[in-house]
Design a protein around this ligand. Structure first.
Ligand code: NAD
Ligand code: TYD
Length: 349
């Protein structure tokens, strides 16, 4: 397959590119990425000289550029490019609508014109909103996004559905739970803890820390995307969950134990407004139709993640120089001054 990957310099995209190149000797990939603060070509150093891989810097919302790239002829598009951090979407949602909604529409227009035969939209479980105790979302569950990020992803997800209904556009939508593993930008919970705890800095725990996420090892997600790309039915949606539902506080304590750092680093801070209490998916459709199942236990994956961040200080430093410290200062260190104003009902739920 000749595949156009968007957002391949980000966390999951870079893992996906590596996964495909290692698994399929005859596949080739063009990676279209705008290189926002979260995109980093360092995450692809080991494949950049591979003749089956090429990088193009660009915006998925740039119609001319996207059309030109697609005119080279691709068998498939796997669309990762997005603004992805919930907290940033609370501070300012504009870039989220721009890239996640308008960018996706722009890319689908161009892909339709180019007669692309397969388009995988990497959506998220956050489109379903918060799950009640005991509830698991199926692909038929109602979409009820609670953050501007999740709403923008739901916008893309629904546009993709509409393109299938209206134009028979060959789209496959995937909705995965929280990923973790190598190359994740250290503003997200797990790498944030690992990088801060390593320097003896406090770890901000939102609210009571009892929010539940279902954590999936990033390569298990990549395997699911690969299966959806090759075996998925057009117009269908596939949930990818791992069955690893842990409260944030348990994750934090577990990681501190692995790092041999004291629990006193945990600092309870004001909750995120609109904070989803729990995510949980029923992934039986992906199992049944794609033969997909996650293979990595949370304990094993967390151990590997701790080792990876400890062994890659240069990559972490590079990310820190990409606007992370400024964001962190604004978001956490000046939390009372900045966030309390922007997030005025935070913590009162
Ligand atoms: P990330 O923030 O690490 O990477 C996003 C990438 O997209 C970056 O390389 C960035 O430069 C690029 N990008 C942003 N705007 C762009 C634009 N306008 N044009 C081209 N490139 C652009 O994100 P991630 O965690 O790797 O997530 C990838 C995808 O997977 C997203 O669509 C996200 O919604 C989805 N997803 C993520 C998770 C998770 O836990 N991280 C779970 C489910 C779904
Ligand atoms: P995050 O990695 O931002 O992913 P998402 O919000 O998309 O699930 O956060 C994961 C969980 O960790 C979420 O419940 C919010 C919580 N969290 C904290 O408690 N402290 C933090 O500093 C961050 C970034 C997240």
């Amino acid at each position: 397959m000749k595949i156009l990957v968007t957002g391949g310099a980000g966390f999951i995209g870079s893992n996906f590119i590596r996964y495909i190149l290692a698994r399929y000797r005859r596949d080739s990939i063009v990676n279209l990425d705008k290189l926002t603060y979260s995109g980093n070509l360092e995450s692809l150093r080991d494949v950049e000289k591979d003749r089956r891989y090429a990088f193009v810097k660009g915006d998925v919302g740039d119609a001319r550029k996207v059309r030109k790239i697609l005119s080279a002829g691709f068998d498939a598009v796997v669309h990762f490019a997005a603004e992805t951090h919930v907290d940033r979407s609370i501070l300012d949602g504009m870039a989220f609508v721009q890239t996640n909604v308008l960018g996706t529409q722009c890319l689908m227009n161009a892909a339709r014109e180019a007669g692309i035969k397969r388009f995988v939209l990497v959506s998220t479980d956050e489109v379903y909103g918060s799950a009640r105790a005991g509830e698991k979302f199926t692909e038929e569950s109602t979409l009820a996004p609670n953050s501007p990020y999740a709403a923008s992803k739901a916008g893309a997800d629904l546009l993709a559905r509409a393109h299938f209904r209206t134009f028979r556009f060959p789209v496959i939508i995937t909705r995965c739970t929280n990923n973790y593993g190598p190359f994740q930008y250290p503003e997200k919970f797990i790498p944030l803890m690992l990088t801060r705890a390593a320097e003896g800095q406090s770890i901000p725990v939102y609210g009571d820390g009892m929010q539940v996420r279902d954590w999936i090892w990033v390569k298990d997600h990549c395997a699911g995307l690969d299966a959806a790309l090759r075996k998925g039915r057009e117009g269908e949606i596939y949930n990818f969950g791992a069955g690893n539902e842990w409260p944030n506080l348990d994750i934090a304590r577990h990681l501190l134990r692995l790092l041999k750092k004291p629990e006193s680093l945990l600092t309870f801070v004001q909750d995120r407004p609109g904070h989803d209490r729990r995510y949980a998916l029923d992934s039986s459709k992906a199992h049944r139709e794609l033969g997909w199942e996650p293979a990595t236990s949370l304990e094993e994956g967390l151990k590997l993640t701790v080792q990876w961040y400890a062994s890659n200080p240069d990559w972490v430093r590079g990310m820190h120089s990409k606007g992370y410290r400024a964001y962190f200062r604004e978001h956490y260190d000046r939390r009372d001054a900045t966030l309390a104003k922007a997030l005025s009902h935070g913590g009162k739920k």
